[in-house]
Structure formats: structure tokens, C-alpha cells
Design a protein around this ligand. Structure first.
Ligand SMILES: Cc1cc2nc3c(=O)[nH]c(=O)nc-3n(C[C@H](O)[C@H](O)[C@H](O)COP(=O)(O)O)c2cc1C
Length: 263
């Protein structure tokens, strides 16, 4: 039985979850969503399909919404979803459920996993002790998920309660997410930039061009913050608050792992 796991990940949390789930399944292939998104439609012949991605503004990243809209599966494909979040996913999994339903596809199980938050414009990375506790809980949850997926089980579609979903995933997501592509106006580079170009290489959607050795963002940003988080000199900033804040990427995911052009 073939499983295809499509993932999107800026700082490695969702990629780690995707890898861990894949290693518990019989035969699973990992596919970066960013690698196939330019296709007009995305046909997947696998018997089981996983969609794994981070929560952005209490909803799905725009690239993942586009991916689901383009996805074509076999009629009886078993579909599961997993989202990673820093604190609250609200109705993110319900959003995936609804999008699939609109295409007459079914989300058989949708899971939420709390991982270290990576939104540096608002907060620094959690302390290592706190991160490790989250990773321990992640391992336990992966076992649950693998069992459900191996049995093609009908699991829960995890979400918060109705009012929270309505406010955060309804009102705030709808108002905020449409601005995401152009929010890259707030990125800037400080004097520590050594012009290595890591930011351009790690951007999953090729939104960064190097001009005279410096990154220039092209307004098709997903806000994954990969450029800011993986910069070896911590020279990329966003707005006023990021200088000096602790950066984050999953400790078991390397720069080579996260780069979509390596896959
Ligand atoms: C643009 C952006 C928006 C985010 N919004 C939320 C959110 O609404 N709720 C939440 O709990 N975490 C939020 N986060 C944190 C991420 O969902 C979380 O750290 C996730 O595990 C990152 O996954 P990745 O490492 O695969 O990119 C946000 C992160 C980013 C970059």
C-alpha cells in the first residue's frame, strides 16, 4: 500500500512530523508541496495521502490551500492531515476538511501537534528544556497517528471549540491571510549579512533574489520565515522587534533537509 505525504515547512517542525510518520508506515514517500505547486493540477495515485503543514494565522498556509484545490486523487484514496502549531490551531483542520469536502474528497483524520512556535516577529524561540518537552509529546502523538493511518482509521478532525474557530480561523484568518504575500515588505538585512545567499536557497517559493549580494523579496511570500530562521549570521530581520531574538529551527532538521531544491 503506497502512501504519499505532501508537506510544507519553513523551520522543520512539519517536516520532522512528516518524516516521523513516514518512518512508521510501510511505504511512504515525502513530497514537498512547494515542489509541485506550479503544476496546473496535482495528480496523486497513492492509496493513502497525508497533508502536513504549519498553522499560519489560525489557518492553512496559502500554498497549502492552493495545493488542496489542485489535488486530484483516486476515488477511494484515504486522506489524513496533520498541522503543527505554536499554541492554538483553532479551526485549521476543519478548514482542510471543508476544502476537501468541496472537492468531494474526505478527510478521514486530522491531527494537531504543538511544536515550538517560530513567529519571531512576536516572540523568541522557547528555551531548550521547553522545546524538548514538546518533542517528547510529539513522539507520543506520532505513535497514535501512525496507528490510525496504518489501520486506515477514521480519527477525529481535531479543532478548538466553535466560538474560537469562528473568531480566529474565520474572521482573523480571512482578514489577515490575504495580506501574507506582500508582508515581505517588512524584511530587512542588517550589517551582519555576509552575502552567502542562504536565504534565497532556503526560500521554498523562490521569493528571494540576490541583487548585488543582498536579498530582495519579490512579494510572493508565504511568511514561513525560513529566510530569517536559517540565516547563519542572523542578519535577516522582520519589522522592529526581531533583532536579538532567539531564532528557531527544529534541531533534527538540517539546512539540506529543508531545501526544496535538494528533494
Ligand atoms: C506566519 C506565521 C503564522 C503563525 N500563526 C500561528 C497561529 O495562528 N497559531 C499557532 O499556534 N502558531 C502559529 N505559528 C507558529 C507555527 O505554526 C509553528 O511554529 C509551526 O510548527 C511551524 O512549522 P514549520 O517549522 O514546519 O514551519 C505561526 C507561524 C508563522 C511563521
Amino acid at each position: 500500500m503506497k502512501t504519499a505525504i505532501y508537506y510544507f515547512s519553513g523551520t522543520g517542525n512539519s517536516l520532522k512530523v512528516a518524516k516521523d510518520i513516514a518512518s512508521g508506515l510501510e511505504s511512504a514517500e515525502l513530497i514537498p508541496i512547494a515542489k509541485c505547486i506550479d503544476q496546473e493540477s496535482i495528480y496523486c495515485s497513492a492509496d493513502k495521502i497525508g497533508v502536513i503543514f504549519p498553522v499560519y494565522i489560525w489557518g492553512m498556509p496559502l500554498i497549502v490551500v492552493e495545493f488542496v484545490k489542485k489535488l486530484i486523487t483516486e476515488k477511494n484514496a484515504y486522506i489524513f492531515g496533520v498541522t503543527t502549531c505554536g499554541g492554538m490551531a483553532a479551526g485549521t483542520m476543519k478548514q482542510l476538511d471543508t476544502l476537501l469536502e468541496e472537492k468531494s474528497l474526505k478527510l478521514s483524520a486530522g491531527f494537531v501537534i504543538k511544536m515550538p512556535g517560530n513567529y519571531t516577529p512576536m516572540y523568541g524561540a522557547p528555551a531548550d528544556v521547553k522545546q524538548n518537552k514538546m518533542f517528547d509529546k510529539e513522539s507520543l502523538k506520532i505513535k497514535e497517528i501512525v496507528e490510525v493511518v496504518n489501520n486506515s482509521g477514521e480519527g477525529p478532525v481535531e479543532s478548538d471549540f466553535f466560538l474560537l474557530n469562528m473568531i480566529f480561523s474565520g474572521l482573523i484568518y480571512k482578514a489577515g491571510s490575504k495580506n501574507i504575500p506582500k508582508m515581505d515588505k517588512s524584511f530587512w538585512v542588517d550589517e551582519n549579512c555576509n552575502h552567502c545567499g542562504t536565504c534565497a536557497k532556503v526560500c521554498p517559493v523562490n521569493n528571494i533574489e540576490m541583487e548585488e549580494g543582498s536579498p530582495k523579496w519579490q512579494s510572493k511570500c508565504e511568511q514561513c520565515l525560513a529566510c530569517l530562521q536559517w540565516c547563519p549570521s542572523e542578519a535577516i530581520q522582520f519589522g522592529k522587534k526581531t533583532p536579538g531574538r532567539k531564532r528557531y529551527h527544529h534541531p533534527e532538521i538540517s539546512l539540506a533537509d529543508i531545501r526544496v531544491d535538494n528533494c
